[in-house]
Design a protein around this ligand. Sequence first.
Ligand code: FUB
Ligand code: ZN
Length: 670
Amino acid sequence: MSSNPIDIKKVHIQDSFWTTKQELIRKEVIPYQWEVLNDRIPEAAPSYCMHNFRAAALLHEKKQSLGKAFVPPKYSYRGFNVLPDDPRAPKDDEFYGFVFQDSDFSKWIEAVGYSLATHPDPELEKTADEAIDLVCRAQTEDGYLDTYYIINGMDKVFTNLRDHHELYCLGHLVEGAIAYYQGTGKEKLLRAAMRFADYVAERFGTEEGKIHGYPGHEIAEMALLRLSEVTGEEKYAKLAEYFIDQRGRAPLYFDQEHPTPKGEEYKVDYYHQAHIPVRDQDEAVGHAVRAVYLYSGMADLARRSGDEKLFAACRALWKSTVSEKMYITGGIGATHLGEAFSFPFDLPNDTDYSETCASIGLVFFARRMLQIEAKREYADVMELALFNGILSGIALDGKSFFYVNPLEVIPKACHLDERKMHIKPVRQKWFGCACCPPNLARLVASIGTYAFTEKEDTLFVHLYMGSELEKNGRKIQIESGLPESGNVSIRVSSGNAPEPLTLALRIPSWCEDHYQIEGVNVSSEDVRDGYLYVNVPDEETTISLSFELKPKFVSVDARVNEDLGKVALVRGPIVYCAEEADNGDGLGSLYIDPRAEIKEEKISISGANAIALDVEGYRILPNEQGAEFISPLYRTWQGEKEEKKTVRLIPYRLWANRGEGEMRVYLSRR
Ligand code: FUB
Ligand code: ZN
């Protein structure tokens, strides 16, 4: 039997690490994003998100007042990213921004919903209610809700499923509406999302007369399955099932929608994970965010239906992703060309994409796999992505963000080399295509639902974080020293009417099974797939866990050419990097000795506490020995001149909080 995420209202995170992040989302990111969505931050790229909802609402109002005299706009393609001629004075009745700009509101309201679930805030709720009123005013009478088409002309609705994101906007709207309903009990947005889903369900399906397509950018699949769970309405699950089953079936829908040059079809469909039916897919391909969103929906469906073939595909896709295409930071999407996966073991460090959203999608996928089978391999990846490739996406003050999370940066190259211009050496205030910051906000705001899942008498602890929750009438208080120390304590109250309670405690693979447990009797037989199953006695019980957490060097599979002869430094789930701020520039000339002692030092970077690691190494000095060979650039080799150097590394997530400078995760080794 599978497990479910814990009810967000039942888990209170009180953790020295995660509470700080959640507070940042609540106090900085949510209010800041609201200003951005309303174009009130002069130095941030304009969003036009709320402008578009207002424009759509105005259009309906005009229709009402003009009655039969109203002439609906006729669709004419204006572009994927529509910018006003005069950015300071956008026209009231035009759509601006990316075609999927509505989704920025949906992600914002999702973060708001989760935040209100645990931190009631009447002022924020009032702002959110007003925003919802506006969004609902933008919806058409028959339930359609995508401002790009409402404003630009409804006659072409669902005619470009491949590129335009109506079903993506539906998915995000559903997710946002569910979160707001869960956080506040208010149904208005949920009803609007259901009406849009009903509209889509009417139009799509295998039946004659219906559209036989599916989302160009996945997410509706997992969102609709969740909507079905929350509302108890089977029709939403059926729609999700249709989208998943139909994808990649011949004749390929996107090729029909966009007649594709012969020989190019595979490329196009592959990019959208629509080249073959999903149950036959075994390699993670195409646009990375789309891929992991699809796999998450597939896992949800497999859990719901018990479809073994579908689950086998999920497993194969998981394996392909994490054992051939994932960076040590939990980043995925090795190429910026199409924001996509590359071929197996192609993991360049300085041109990669590793979009924040893609790592977030990987966390979605991991949690869903965990729900089906509690194996630590999923939780290990979830934790890795969270602490590294995701949290690197946000500055310590919550006011700037990375979209792309590279493993190696030379700022000059980002400014001058076109191949690297997608890489920013400092976090940005906002992005015209602002998918990542609000995605990060909704994930962090709901982190408890990733840390804990439950079934009948078992609580699964996938991630350790200080928290209070309840299970089977027992109060559970967790204290965690992670990521700095591996000490965890779990106190379980006796409760009035004790029912059986099992805690399934993840033994993180980074401790290499070196851990101690006190307070309960367990044996090695209680460990299954990296989880220690503890039957908690009826009386009050305190379990103390101590996971060995020491720094170590990691090398990469030899097929990753990029990293041959190099090592990365990790400490528990934390991946480290060297920065110019500590080591000077020219990080590529540093060598470290993986056999040397690693020293730890407590540091603070812009108010964030962390542990820095110092390791002995060398710096290769400019080669002035040997005779010139053809030009001064080359010399006959006579050995390198080097000087000793202690190299300092800091947690990767903290890089670029001290101004612009070089950064590198993998260092050459001796
Ligand atoms: O297309 C919507 C979002 O924008 C994607 O998920 C991101 O990769 C970015 O392209
Ligand atoms: Zn993104």
